[in-house]
Structures are given as structure tokens and as C-alpha cells.
Design a protein around this ligand. Structure first.
Ligand code: TRP
Length: 454
């Protein structure tokens, strides 16, 4: 069973060593695992929110595509594409926009930061804030949900966006009464190194302290490494590896044995100039073969273009059937079949207000479901099931159970449900006993409503 892993790369900059170590390299490694079905794409619609410089966007798209391919991404194995080549994404963005509450978007960190900055400066709160910035999280949700991704590896600053994608997915599933979307899980790679930049702060374009990955070639790489700030200890004086950026960067490229040797050299008093040369040579050993492929690719943009168009075809083959299902569900069914067969349209079934069971795939690959009340309140979260069949059997049992046959165990703030002596799931935590009793009443009602339907 494969996990679908999806991530986007905003195409505004030129990749640096920090991007390589922190995002590109781990993503390429993950894509080589047999249990991973990777979708990696260039978020060039998102780039428009940050930059209105066409040349920069175009250049960055090309450089980023070439970088990932040069880094070893296998486009046969991974679905690698540009967001703007997938018309299903903006289409889904609109469907999601119509179920997303404005209040949710008001709470987005990036939007709030822009507003706060304006207010602080005594400007109109919305000065210079585009609707694109405001809608950023919905577009991102569409990126993820169009492919029903299970896992989304991102930096910490993106966690809220994944949470919003889950909220939006859940709301859509609830309103239209189906398991249309898998709820995506955020993945934060804890063990991946964050590289320090030239000045010792986190390497970042916004601090202007980056070491380029390919740009400028080996010569420029060496020159930039020589500019890394060190303390003023002289050759012969012992250096402290653990407070040295040189050492941190070295370690991100080297084996354990090489790292130990470099540590010892620093402690033995190697001069900073010489240490920088060692660092440069270690990085260059990894980067040189990639740079060669990169230069070849950049010189042949048509090769990159073909790869990306192929990727777009693969991506659309996944997204298009889902969008067709969504269209049916929301009342935008295609009329083509009607015209062909001359059939009458079946009137859409009125969505009665009833409790619902919603299945989803958990982050660990197991299967679960939730019980929602008629007004959409979450009443119960099932335990994990190893396969969809056993989750389905339990759901069926629950549907015909009725309140009288349910056994509740009180646990801390919540309750556990047992059926035929088996633990089925748990309620959310409730603040106090009266709240829990009320929840129990709603649960009984929901179970009876379900049973009455069967
Ligand atoms: N917003 C992400 C970033 O700036 C890029 C991105 C766009 C993305 N769409 C995505 C990441 C979907 C993961 C999934 O890093």
C-alpha cells in the first residue's frame, strides 16, 4: 500500500544550499521509497501572489525544475508537474472557496501579519493586500485535495495551511455528504538539518545570507564559502566545532567518519581558511556531478518542457476523475450523457439532515471513521482499523445498533463506545459532566436516527 506524498515549491527564487539540504534532498530520497507515491510540483500560481515580475517567475520555474531533476528526481517514478498546467486545480479552488468560511481565512498567519503591519504603520488595514494573498490557503488546499494526498511535507511556517486544508476538506465532505477528500497530514522532517547562512542565522533568501547551489559555478561556490563568518581564532588555536557554522554545514554533507575527522581537525587548530577549503571540497564533491546535469538541462529547456508536460498528463489523469465526481455531487453534472441518450435527468436527491459516518485514511495508513450529528458536530472518532473492510463492517454494525445496545465507558473527559464487548471508538473530551451528559444524549439520538434509517 502506497502513501501519496505531495509537496509544492513556490517558484520565486534560485535554489540555495539550505533548500537543497532542507527540502530537495529529503524529498528526492523519500520519492525513491517503494511505499511512497510522490507528487511534486512547481507552485507557479502561488508565485504570482509574491511576484509580478514575469521574467523572474519564468526563470525560477525553469531553474527549480532543472534543480530537482539534476538532484536525481526520477520523473518516471514521481509525478512532477507545474501547478499552472493543471486546470483542475483552479476549478477545485472555486468549489472549495464556496465552502470556506471567510472567518477561517481571516485567521491565516500570513494575511494577519500583513494586516498587523499596515495597522502598525498607520495605514489602511488592507493596504497592498491582494485577494490572492487572502485566498492563498484555499489554492493550497486545492493543490493537495485534487490528488487526495495523505502526507504533505512542508516547513513549519506552512503547518497552519495544512490544517486549513483539512478543515476545508472536512467541511466539503460534510456539506455534500460523501468521503470525497482524504484528510491530509502535515509532515515536518525533524531530523533534517537547517543550515546556517553566511552570518550564522538560518540560511534564507530574506536574510541575504545564502550559499548558491549551482548559480555561478564552482568558483562562486568557493568564494561564497570563504565569506562564512567565523570567530577570530588563529591557526593553531583550538576551534569549537559545535558553535561553528562551517561544521554544521559540513555535517549536512558528510558521512559520520568524515564528520569526526573534521571535528578533530578543528579541535586540533586547523586555520579557518583551510577549514573552509575542506568544506568547499566536500560540498563540491556532491554538487559537481549535479551541476553538470543542471547545466545540460538548462541548455535544453525543451527537454524539461517535455518532462513537465508528461507530468501534467499523469497528474490530470488522477485529478480529472475526482473533479468529475465533485461536479456530480455539487449539482454541476455534465449534460453530455443526457444529450447522447435523450434520457431525463434524475432529480438530485434532497440532502436530508441525518447523522453521518465519514471514513478517512489516517496518517499511519490505517482506516478510521467519524460519526457526525445531523448538524455536523463530531460525536465519535473510531479506533484504527488495519483495512477498509473491517472499518466498513464496524460502520455497518453501528448503523443498525440503536442507542439501547451501545455501552459507554466514561474515561476522563470523554467516553469510549463498546459494541459486543469490543472497543469501537471514542468521543471528544468534554469540559464537564453536564456537557458529557448532553453529548451522550446527542449520541443516543444519532444512533437511533441511523438505526431508523436502516
Ligand atoms: N506554500 C508552500 C510554501 O511556500 C508551497 C506550496 C504551494 C505547497 N502549494 C502547496 C506545499 C501544496 C505543499 C502542498 O512552501
Amino acid at each position: 500500500m502506497q502513501t501519496r506524498v505531495l509537496t509544492g515549491i513556490t517558484t520565486t527564487g534560485t535554489p540555495h544550499l539550505g533548500n537543497y539540504v532542507g527540502a530537495i534532498r529529503p524529498a528526492i530520497l523519500a520519492s525513491q521509497r517503494a511505499d511512497v507515491d510522490a507528487f511534486y510540483f512547481m507552485a507557479d500560481y502561488h508565485a504570482l501572489i509574491k511576484s509580478d515580475d514575469p521574467a523572474r517567475i519564468e526563470r525560477s520555474r525553469l531553474e527549480i525544475a532543472a534543480t530537482w531533476l539534476a538532484g536525481g528526481l526520477d520523473p518516471q517514478r514521481v509525478t512532477f508537474y507545474r501547478q499552472s498546467d493543471i486546470p483542475e486545480i483552479p476549478e477545485l479552488t472555486w468549489f472549495l472557496t464556496c465552502v470556506t468560511s471567510k472567518g477561517l481565512l481571516n485567521r491565516a498567519h500570513a494575511y494577519k501579519a500583513a494586516i498587523d503591519k499596515n495597522v502598525e504603520a498607520g495605514e489602511d488595514a488592507d493596504a497592498g493586500v491582494t485577494a490572492g494573498l487572502y485566498m492563498y490557503p484555499v489554492l493550497m488546499a486545492a493543490d493537495i485535495l485534487a490528488f487526495n494526498a495523505n502526507k504533505v511535507p512542508v516547513g513549519r511556517d506552512q503547518i497552519q495551511h495544512i490544517e486549513m486544508a483539512r478543515d476545508i476538506a472536512q467541511r466539503f465532505n460534510h456539506i455534500y455528504g460523501g468521503d470525497f477528500f482524504v484528510l491530509p497530514e502535515v509532515v515536518i522532517e525533524e531530523q533534517v538539518a537547517t543550515l546556517p547562512g553566511l552570518d550564522g542565522r538560518k540560511m534564507s533568501k530574506s536574510y541575504d545570507n545564502t550559499i548558491p547551489l549551482f548559480a555561478g559555478g564552482a568558483k562562486h561556490l568557493r568564494e561564497t564559502i570563504m565569506r562564512i563568518v567565523t570567530d577570530s581564532r588563529l591557526p593553531g588555536e583550538a576551534k569549537d566545532p559545535d558553535s561553528s557554522s562551517l561544521f554544521t554545514i559540513f555535517r549536512a554533507f558528510a558521512s559520520e567518519a568524515e564528520t569526526d575527522a573534521f571535528r578533530k581537525a578543528l579541535e586540533d587548530g586547523i586555520g579557518w581558511g583551510e577549514a573552509k577549503q575542506v568544506l568547499y571540497e566536500r560540498i563540491e564533491a556532491d554538487v559537481a556531478p549535479m551541476r553538470e546535469r543542471y547545466d545540460e538541462l538548462i541548455a535544453k529547456p525543451q527537454v524539461i518542457e517535455e518532462i513537465l508536460q508528461d507530468g501534467a498528463r499523469k497528474a490530470r489523469a488522477t485529478a480529472a476523475p475526482l473533479i468529475a465526481t465533485l461536479r456530480d455531487a455539487i449539482g454541476l453534472r455534465s449534460g453530455a450523457a443526457l444529450v447522447q441518450s435523450g434520457n431525463q435527468a434524475k432529480p438530485a436527491q434532497k440532502q436530508g439532515k441525518l447523522p453521518r459516518l465519514v471514513s478517512f485514511r489516517d496518517g499511519d495508513g490505517s482506516f478510521r471513521f467519524r460519526l457526525f450529528s445531523a448538524d455536523g458536530e463530531e460525536l465519535l472518532l473510531s479506533r484504527s482499523f488495519a483495512d477498509p473492510k473491517s472499518a466498513g463492517v464496524t460502520q455497518k454494525r453501528l448503523k443498525s445498533l440503536g442507542a439501547a445496545a451501545a455501552v459507554w465507558q466514561v474515561r476522563q473527559g470523554g467516553m469510549a463506545l463498546e459494541v459486543d464487548g469490543e472497543h469501537i471508538g471514542d468521543t471528544p473530551e468534554y469540559g464537564d459532566e453536564p456537557a458529557r451528559d448532553e453529548a451522550l444524549a446527542r449520541l443516543r439520538e444519532a444512533l437511533d436516527q441511523l438505526a431508523a434509517q436502516e
